[in-house]
Design a protein around this ligand. Structure first.
Ligand code: NDP
Length: 281
């Protein structure tokens, strides 16, 4: 059982944070967030090594194993935070994957694998964790400018749906699944999609953020929760390579800004935010 002190302790959770931008987000939260900060990773060894590297910088992060691609891992993690803290104050969905530019894996496989982690697993996280977000909570989904450029390359019909205010979560999930199915058959271009699995996955995550923010406003209007999609910029990590312009700490700035929007703030909410600015969609 948790103590009363733990139940009133604020808590922040960052997925996929054993390296890259996620680790930099945890570092910044350790410095700026008043409460417990959880570095989570699918691999216990890599996660604990990252916690130790922060400890050597004088920073205290806590560790919890969390594989966003595993529903059992998601639900047992959600149960852990509910039991120990009574919920979650800050959730940053950062875990993501990308095939390299020159990767020769067939597009059908890239589409399925990329959408699985970047869209469907992030959605599973939100399904299980949104009910746990406490009043005044902040949720940040790490999306990408590539999602925006991908939107512009979709057919007019798809663009209209992705920009509409009445698209439902079910409709969006159906469209993401349709992309995967059409990619399997080599028919995604006829279906109105561009040739980028990563771009479609991040487009989907941005639209999902907008849908869930609208739902929060309707269902929990007095709870003051703010949920946004963020672009970190082009950041030097294993994913983007060393030619990228920003350091991981610089890439963490906008996600952390959204995670720490002050109490009582009413915006941004349901937006795509880059360089701390709401971007057109
Ligand atoms: P990295 O490849 O450096 O880090 C990705 C992290 O996600 C790793 O910790 C990885 O864990 C974790 N991860 C992957 N799959 C899972 C899973 N199933 N469960 C838990 N963790 C998982 O990438 P970045 O730091 O660059 O990317 C972080 C986020 O930022 C991603 O969502 C990415 O799409 C986004 N982004 C990055 C940009 C950039 O320029 N770098 C630009 C725009 C967006 P493991 O070590 O176990 O593989």
């Amino acid at each position: 059982m948790s103590s009363a002190a733990e139940m009133s302790t604020r808590v922040a959770v960052v997925t996929g944070s054993n390296k890259g931008i996620g680790l930099a987000i945890v570092r910044a939260l350790c410095q700026q967030f008043q409460g417990d900060v959880y570095l989570t990773a699918r691999d216990k060894g890599r996660g604990q090594a990252a916690v130790e590297s922060l400890a050597s910088e004088g920073l205290k992060a806590l560790f919890h194993q969390l594989d966003v691609g595993d529903l059992n891992s998601i639900s047992s993690s959600a149960a852990f935070f509910k039991e120990k803290y009574g919920g979650v104050d800050v959730l940053i969905n950062n875990a993501g994957i990308a095939f390299g530019v020159g990767d020769t894996t067939p597009f059908a496989v890239q589409a399925e694998v990329t959408l699985k982690t970047n869209f469907f697993a992030a959605r599973d996280m939100l399904t299980h964790f949104l009910p746990l977000i406490k009043a005044g909570g902040r949720v940040v989904n790490i999306s990408s400018f590539v999602g925006s450029s991908t939107l512009a390359k979709c057919s007019p019909v798809l663009q209209q749906r992705f920009r509409s205010e009445d698209i439902t979560e079910d409709e969006l999930v159906g469209l993401m699944q349709r992309f995967v199915d059409q990619a399997q058959k080599g028919e995604h271009k006829q279906g109105g999609w561009p040739d980028t699995a990563y771009g479609v996955s991040k487009l989907g995550l941005t639209v999902l953020s907008m849908i869930l923010a609208r739902r929060l406003s309707q269902q929990r209007p007095n709870d003051g929760i703010l949920l946004n999609a963020a672009c970190p910029g082009w950041v030097r990590t294993d994913m983007a390579g060393q030619a990228a312009e920003k350091s991981p700490d610089e890439g963490a700035v906008t996600p952390v800004y959204l995670a720490l929007l002050p109490p009582g703030a009413t915006e941004p909410h349901g937006k795509f935010v880059s360089e701390k600015e709401v971007q057109p969609w």
